[in-house]
Design a protein. Structure first.
Length: 298
């Protein structure tokens, strides 16, 4: 799959603060890539670096397999700051101004207004817009010229639940048209609902990256039961990935050191002469995993 962005060992320091620390990332075409981390973990610094708004002290990055250039910049749309438009002008006119600045033609304005659900309000003044609509106009402006990549910094910050839902749907609909999306967020829930891939940052360092579905699929414990509960307890301790067990009156909760598949576990017991009457996988949520990662990085 085509690589859209490669970030190679980027570090950025502000005086004593190491905002980004030896960060490497790879974003492929069509991914919705979440950069997830608590406040101050270096998300905005990372996005500002790859958008060339600031310069890293170390490391480099390539867009579309090449050094950043005027051409590559034209293929990237971004919303990094809170939406800022002329308050007394309509979205249609505001977008014409943006199109002039970015050297795009006006032909795309209706498309982005329709896509962001603002077409009906295209002639209202910007100052009459709700915060959610303002945010969607910022996305519309970033989408002018149909960029290959859209970069969003905390896209749902400050929005009410309805505004959050609108932005989520909008991001997913943009992604479904093949646009690669890179977004920074401190909200697990947001990343879980929108992103296909995630990199977890803390204190400027990447703690983990991978598919969101894989993170969600991490399972390290199983509830097990058998009519021969004593036999079950004995045999489970023989499993190569066995870590610990919490027994209760009619079942056991078993923790494993490594990932174990339910089918494999079922077969393991069967071959040892134990018939399971109950087998249930307990999946760790992204939140648990995230908190554990942050804990380990203390
Ligand atoms: P938030 O979610 O709060 O926006 P973030 O993950 O985006 O946080 P950054 O804004 O990248 O984090 O900040 C990373 C660290 O760098 C923080 O400790 C921040 O205070 C510091 N920092 C960021 N910009 C500057 C600056 N211009 N001057 C000094 N320190 C800065």
């Amino acid at each position: 799959m085509e690589t859209i962005l490669s970030v190679n060992n980027i570090s950025k320091r502000y005086g004593k603060i190491q905002a980004v620390n030896d960060l490497s990332l790879e974003v492929k075409k069509g991914q919705v890539f979440g950069i997830l981390g608590p406040n101050g973990s270096g998300k905005t610094t990372t996005l500002s670096t790859i958008l060339e708004l600031i310069r890293a002290n170390k490391g480099d990055f390539q867009w579309f397999g090449e050094e950043p250039s005027k051409e590559s910049r034209k293929r990237i749309g971004s919303v990094i700051e809170s939406p800022n438009f002329f308050p007394y002008l309509s979205p249609a006119i505001n977008l014409k101004i943006v199109a002039d600045i970015k050297d795009h033609d006006y032909g795309d304005i209706d498309r982005v207004l329709i896509l962001t659900g603002l077409y009906e309000r295209r002639n209202s003044r910007f100052k009459t817009f709700s915060f959610g609509m303002k945010q969607r106009l910022a996305v519309a402006s970033a989408l002018l010229g149909n960029p290959d990549v859209l970069i969003l910094d905390e896209p749902t910050n400050g929005l009410d639940p309805q505004g959050i839902a609108h932005i989520r749907e909008l991001i997913l609909s943009i992604a479904s048209q093949g646009t690669t999306i890179i977004l920074a967020s401190h909200l697990l829930d947001e990343v879980q609902k929108i992103c296909s891939h995630v990199a977890v940052l803390d204190k400027g360092k990447k703690l983990f990256d991978g598919k969101v579905s894989e993170v969600l699929a991490i399972s390290d414990s199983f509830e097990l039961s058998s009519h021969d509960l004593e036999g079950l307890k004995k045999v489970v301790a023989q499993h190569p990935a066995f870590q610990s067990i919490t027994p209760s009156s009619d079942q056991i909760l078993v923790y494993f050191k490594d990932e174990v598949k339910a089918e494999e576990l079922n077969q393991f017991f069967f071959l040892k002469g134990i018939i399971l009457s109950h087998l249930s996988e307990r999946k760790r949520s992204l939140e648990q995993h995230f908190l554990e990662l942050l804990d380990d990085n203390k």
